[in-house]
Design a protein around this ligand. Structure first.
Ligand code: ADP
Ligand code: MG
Length: 259
């Protein structure tokens, strides 16, 4: 059985003398919401950056459906179907929510329509944008200027921008960071619904363990650059090594995430 959409083998990354990611073997199965958790400095964001091509590996490999993408340049990753969120997203503040999402569909969408079908093409992308806005629960904000959205809605807009490009896998680094506490479950429920409705795989990096427990199919725990444990939420909760790793970090649990 080899239905891993993303796989890493002995993936490593050094920063000077520091090994931030250390021989990580990760298997993300198709059609799952897979979370990577771990204490601050565990190497989660570095692993995320390696998978999405934002930085390059010192050693080891990244595979997308069995294809080695370790050396694929960043600008080609989106076209391969890897959609990642950036901490600073390309949201155009003066454009409407809908226009932002439509531009994303247009920029990365599968443009197989002829150039002379301009109106048809426009409507095609606008439909994709509407669909993405519905999926993230932002349809009633379509005509709002992006700049005036409250923070929680901005994160939803970022998600819609990613979805509109129709990636095979969504990579999200702490999507709930900076959100009001009551908004967090809303976003998580949105992610779960997207997973269910679109069948897309979601790889989620999260510092706060309690955030991912109810939505994840699989959880990988990182600690000091390596994989400490991998399993279902129930297995991870019961794992004593995981509890140890988080010990003394517990004061971070309900703090805003660090980057
Ligand atoms: N660009 C960088 N240059 C030097 N060190 C880095 C860089 N990025 C991350 N690190 C170091 O690598 C380790 C892992 O960091 P990171 O991947 O951000 O962890 P996490 O996301 O789990 O908090 C940390 O010790 C961090 O200081
Ligand atoms: Mg991080």
């Amino acid at each position: 059985m080899n239905n891993a959409i993303i796989e890493t083998r002995k993936l490593s990354r050094d920063f000077g003398g520091l090994r931030a990611v250390d021989q990580v073997d990760l298997r993300v199965q198709d059609d799952t919401l897979h979370a990577i958790i771990g204490p601050n400095g565990a190497g989660k964001t570095t692993l995320f950056n390696l998978i999405s091509g934002y930085i390059k590996a010192t050693d080891g490999h990244v595979y997308l459906r069995g294809r080695d993408i370790t050396r694929v340049p960043l600008h080609r990753m989106a076209h391969l179907g890897i959609g990642r969120s950036f901490q600073i997203t390309n949201v155009f503040p003066n454009l409407s929510v809908l226009e932002n999402v439509r531009l994303s569909a247009q920029a990365l969408g599968h443009d197989n329509l002829k150039f002379w079908q301009t109106a048809k093409r426009f409507h095609h992308y606008e439909e994709l944008a509407h669909k993405a806005l519905q999926q993230v629960g932002l349809a009633d904000r379509a005509d709002t200027v992006a700049a005036v959205l409250p923070h929680g809605d901005k994160r939803k807009l970022e998600l819609a921008i990613l979805l509109a490009a129709d990636p095979q896998v969504l990579l999200l680094d702490e999507p709930t960071a900076g959100m009001a506490t009551e908004q967090v479950p809303v976003l998580l429920e949105t992610l779960r619904a997207i997973r269910k409705d679109t069948g897309k795989t979601i790889l989620l990096v999260e510092h706060n363990m309690s955030v991912v427990m109810n939505v994840s199919d699989r959880i990988t725990v990182m600690h000091q650059g390596g994989v400490l444990a991998e399993g279902t939420p129930t297995e991870i909760t019961a794992n004593t090594a995981v509890q140890q790793a988080y010990l003394g970090e517990s004061y971070h649990y309900d703090q805003p995430a660090h980057h």
